[in-house]
Design a binder for this molecule. Structure first.
Ligand SMILES: Nc1ncnc2c1ncn2[C@@H]1O[C@H](COP(=O)(O)OP(=O)(O)OP(=O)(O)O)[C@@H](O)[C@H]1O
Ligand SMILES: Cc1ncc(CO)c(N)n1
Length: 261
C-alpha cells in the first residue's frame, strides 16, 4: 500500500509508487492524501483530501486485503499525519516505510510547517524504516548536512526519534555523495553507494526508492537487503530516466521493457 499524494505529471507520488510496485510484481493499493498540480518544473497547486477520506480509503483496503507492507509519502498536513498514524497503530501495521516528505529537491514545500512535529512525534516511532532526503534530515536532526560524517551523525540522531532504522538519502548532496545513502538500525551503520548518474532527470527518485523498499519488504526481504535492492533499482531507473517535459523528467521505472523496444 502507498499512502501518498498524486503527481499530475506522473513522475512522483502515487503514480511512481504504483509503477514501482508493478515492476516488483506486487499488487499496489493506494490511499490518496492530496492532489498536486505538478509537472517536471514544479508544483502549482495542492488540494488536500479530508482526514475522513484518507481514513475511509485505508480501512476499505485493510478490512478486505492482506497488506504486507506500507509506504507513506506526501501527507501534506497535521490532520492527515494524525489520522494516518492512528490507523497504522490501530491495524497493527508492522512493515511501514515512512518517507517523511517535506521538501522536494527542487525546493517545493510539500508539508505544512505545523506538521513537522507530528511527523517526528507520531509517524517516525511506527516506522520500520524512515527515508529522509538531505533537507528533511536537516530538519529532523536539527543540524546541517554537508559531509558523509554529517549524514552518519544525522542518521543516529533521527534514529533516536523512534524509527527502527533510518536511511538518509544523498540525492541532495554534491559530487559523488549524490549516490551515497547512510543506513543505521541502532547497531549497524552502513554506507550504501552506487554509481552517480549524471542526469538532471531525477524527479521521483525518493518516492521510487521508498516504494521499492516497501515492495521488497512485502516480498519478505530483510530490512537492509530491501534497502540495498531498492537502491540498485533506483540507480538503474535513473540511468533510463525520461527526458520529457521542460524541467526534471521522471526516472524510467520499466527500463527492461524500454530496452526490449
Ligand atoms: N544522480 C544520482 N545518481 C545516483 N543515485 C542517485 C542520484 N540522485 C539520487 N540518487 C539516489 O536516489 C535515491 C533517492 O534520493 P534523493 O535524495 O534523490 O531523494 P528525494 O530528494 O526524496 O527525491 P525526490 O524528492 O526527487 O523524489 C537515493 O538512493 C539516492 O542515493
Ligand atoms: C505527490 C508528490 N509526492 C512526493 C514528492 C517528492 O518528490 C512530489 N514531488 N510529489
Amino acid at each position: 500500500m502507498t499512502i501518498a499524494g498524486s503527481d499530475s505529471g506522473g513522475g512522483a507520488g502515487i503514480q511512481a509508487d504504483l509503477r514501482t510496485f508493478a515492476f516488483h510484481c506486487v499488487h499496489g493499493t493506494s490511499v490518496l492524501t492530496c492532489i498536486t498540480a505538478q509537472n517536471t518544473q514544479g508544483v502549482t497547486r495542492v488540494d488536500a483530501m479530508s482526514a475522513q477520506a484518507v481514513a475511509a480509503q485505508f480501512e476499505a483496503v485493510m478490512v478486505d486485503m492482506r497488506v504486507s507492507a506500507i509506504k507513506t509519502g506526501m501527507l501534506l498536513n497535521q490532520e492527515i499525519i494524525q489520522i494516518t498514524a492512528k490507523k497504522l497503530v490501530a491495524f497493527g501495521c508492522g512493515n511501514v516505510v515512512v518517507d517523511p516528505v517535506m521538501v522536494s529537491r527542487v525546493g517545493a514545500k510539500l508539508l505544512d510547517d505545523d506538521a513537522i512535529h507530528a511527523m517526528g512525534d507520531l509517524l517516525l516511532p511506527i516506522a520500520a524504516i524512515a527515508t529522509p532526503n538531505r533537507y528533511e534530515a536537516q530538519i529532523l536532526a536539527e543540524m546541517e548536512i554537508h559531509t558523509l560524517a554529517d549524514m552518519q551523525a544525522a542518521a543516529q540522531k533521527i534514529y533516536k526519534l523512534g524509527a527502527r532504522s533510518v536511511l538518509i538519502k544523498g540525492g541532495g548532496m554534491t559530487g559523488d555523495l549524490k549516490a551515497v545513502d547512510v543506513w543505521f538500525d541502532g547497531d549497524r551503520l552502513e554506507t550504501l553507494q552506487t554509481e552517480a548518474i549524471d542526469t538532471i532527470h531525477t524527479h521521483g527518485t525518493g518516492c521510487t526508492l521508498s516504494a521499492a523498499i516497501a515492495a521488497n519488504l512485502a516480498l519478505g526481504k530483510p530490512n537492509l537487503q530491501a534497502v540495498q535492492d531498492a537502491k540498485v533499482y533506483v540507480t538503474t531507473a535513473l540511468k533510463y530516466a525520461l527526458a520529457i517535459g521542460k524541467g526534471q523528467g521522471p526516472v524510467g521505472h520499466f527500463f527492461p521493457l524500454q530496452r526490449l523496444r
